[in-house]
Design a protein around this ligand. Structure first.
Ligand SMILES: Nc1ncnc2c1ncn2[C@@H]1O[C@H](COP(=O)(O)OP(=O)(O)OP(=O)(O)O)[C@@H](O)[C@H]1O
Ligand SMILES: [Mg+2]
Length: 361
């Protein structure tokens, strides 16, 4: 399915050069980042919360909360992680999340609006926004994103997230981008032009999968301890590594209310390792299906991005696996939190009028 930009049926006549704010938005499952042409750049957790009743609304003094603040108030609010993919069912594991579909769509819109407000547009600015979506987002989810942007952006362009990452870093030829997010890992081949459907693969070997695996492993290993998936995610972000464990990973978890220390080194390693084979398989298939003359160049130009790229040693682990399949070199992007938003902003500034879709009202 084609997600890369095509000329749009309702493009504006021309692209204004003044009175316009360009924004690049990475609307992720786990975090949302925005980079704007006025220099503003912010990231928040992709969480929206609505006070549950008049009492909590009065106590909190607002009717919507976002990011870390939203999660803090989870007991008084309905909480949404609105970009969560269908197959990732946190609700089963963490009762705090609400998954009502209509409210979830409203939460996408609220999150987008909040992100744009963080970029501080001037009241009379036209806002041109490029929104990054997973490489193989369905037409349906692209349409839903465009609908969510109505009334928030004046013109919109949806682009594949790994393409935005590569574009921002000017890695446009013979490069393979692996964007390891929360819900999905998106792999995308770059060959100097817009990627086609067969240049992209999406799989679920990503951050949420590590969290779920670690949650299950710890439930089995230390059934007496109580913890939530969110606690596990924080532990992972603090300790996750595939190499260089200098010290054992010790965490404190409650056992019937009593803080108790556990060594979870083996479980963390197993959970992180569990996502490597699927990523490497997909990487291998994309390289193998590429023009044989340039396969070597692509193998040596693998770029790992996304929050998951911060797992210590993951790049090297992918490289080691790749070595068993003919070799290659893997690099990590410098700013995983902003690489997608920066690239989307760059695209917003570069793409001519015919690629934009105008949103009325
Ligand atoms: N230091 C870290 N070590 C390991 N994992 C991390 C670290 N920091 C963030 N992560 C994980 O990275 C994932 C989020 O990555 P990212 O912010 O790129 O995702 P996203 O763009 O919101 O999600 P998606 O692309 O799936 O929609 C989460 O699973 C998070 O726990
Ligand atoms: Mg992402």
């Amino acid at each position: 399915m084609e997600i890369a930009m095509q000329p749009s049926a309702n493009a504006p006549q021309s692209k204004p050069s003044a009175g316009v704010l360009f924004v690049g938005i990475d609307l992720g499952t786990s975090h949302t980042a925005i980079a704007a042409s006025n220099g503003n750049r912010l990231a928040i957790d992709s969480i929206v919360a609505y006070p549950r009743d008049v009492i909590s609304q009065k106590a909190l003094g607002k009717d919507k909360l976002f990011g870390a603040e939203a999660w803090k108030q989870k007991h008084a609010c309905d909480v949404y992680r609105p970009m969560q993919k269908g197959q990732v069912n946190y609700a089963e594991l963490d009762g705090a999340l609400n998954r009502d579909a209509a409210r979830q769509q409203a939460a996408v819109r609220d999150l987008l609006q909040h992100a744009v407000s963080l970029a501080k547009p001037r009241p009379d600015d036209l806002i041109y926004g490029v929104v990054g979506a997973p490489a193989q987002a369905s037409i349906h989810s692209q349409k839903a994103l465009i609908e969510a942007a109505r009334g928030i952006l004046d013109c919109v362009m949806i682009c594949s997230e790994p393409f935005a990452v590569a574009y921002g870093l000017q890695f446009l030829t013979d490069t393979l981008v692996i964007d390891i997010g929360a819900g999905t890992t998106d792999l995308c081949r770059m060959h100097g032009s817009l990627p086609a459907p067969d240049d992209q693969v999406t799989c679920s070997a990503a951050g949420d999968a590590v969290d779920r695996k670690l949650f299950e492993l710890l439930k089995a290993a230390i059934p007496q301890a109580t913890f939530t998936v969110n606690m596990i995610k924080q532990i992972k972000e603090k300790f996750a590594a595939l190499a260089g464990f200098d010290e054992p990973i010790r965490v404190t978890l409650p056992v019937r209310g009593v803080p108790t220390e556990f060594d979870i080194t083996a479980q963390v390693r197993e959970a992180v390792e569990s996502i490597v084979p699927e990523i490497v398989d997909n990487l291998h298939n994309l390289v193998a299906g590429y023009d044989p003359e340039f396969q070597a160049a692509m193998r040596n130009n693998v770029l790992v991005a996304g929050g998951g790229s911060q797992i210590v040693g993951l790049d090297k682990a992918i490289e080691r696996k790749l070595n068993q399949l003919g070799g290659g070199r893997v690099a990590r992007v410098q700013e995983p939190a902003f690489a997608g938003a920066n690239g989307a902003l760059q695209l917003a500034q570069d793409m001519p009028a015919e690629f934009w879709a105008q949103l009325d009202g």
